[in-house]
Design a protein around this ligand. Sequence first.
Ligand code: BEZ
Ligand code: FE
Length: 276
Amino acid sequence: MRNLNEDTITQAVIERFSKTPDPRLKEILSSLIQHLHAFAREVKLTEEEWFRGIDFLTRTGQKCDDKRQEFILLSDTLGLSMLTVAMNNKKPVGCTEATVFGPFYIEGAPSYQNGQDVANGASGMPCWVRGHVLGLDGQPVANATIEVWQADADGNYDVQYADLAHPQARGVLQSRTDGSFDFKTILAEAYPIPSDGPVGEMLRASNNHPWRPAHLHFMIKAEGYETLITHVFRDGDQYLDSDVVFGVRHSLVVSWKQQSNGDHLLEFNFVLNPLQ
Ligand code: BEZ
Ligand code: FE
């Protein structure tokens, strides 16, 4: 294949990859080539611009380590994470909606009993969380695994500190026989996503802020139900309509009440989608 030009190269590249034995991989590669080439044509990409693009992607990769995932931030801020969540989590009405996973989940968080404090020393105002895990028809889901993680009052997740002796503001609990759960934690506050890397540069270059509205992350697993990955957001937060990662869903925004002693209380029921 010689003398390819801007009109013939796309088809030639697609044909080069047409021997891919895995049909799904073949479909993805072929579409990716088609769309990448169409993008370059549409914006009339210069060599200088593509060199800068490669430099941006290189630095994005170099920023990644076991605690910092700049590619997840890129996917999140470009809306690609939320698009894939939306396409792949179509649930019956009444089920709790899913939202982005984010880069700060870690496996092996400490286990807690209901009623215990998952903050484990993290800074923040006291907040109590309680609710039920339910099936779509309202029946309690006993023994569901509830994983929760959140940022502290300074807007940092425990993994963002180099010198913490133990995990903070994350934990794993089980729902009781009646589906109920409760724990103590700290009040979630709005926080900026890390912006000292290429993704931060992109946000600044496009006049966008890096903030996420206050939220708690949850992952809930129970036998016979789809795993739910979601957040609960605090009503009234100034960033609910401009979340940097497009993760807010109206049904996940809840009024967190301040009690007479100053502690906050969040009440929320999670409704799981039964497996088919
Ligand atoms: C988070 O909520 O933890 C998060 C989500 C996406 C990007 C950065 C942080
Ligand atoms: Fe978060």
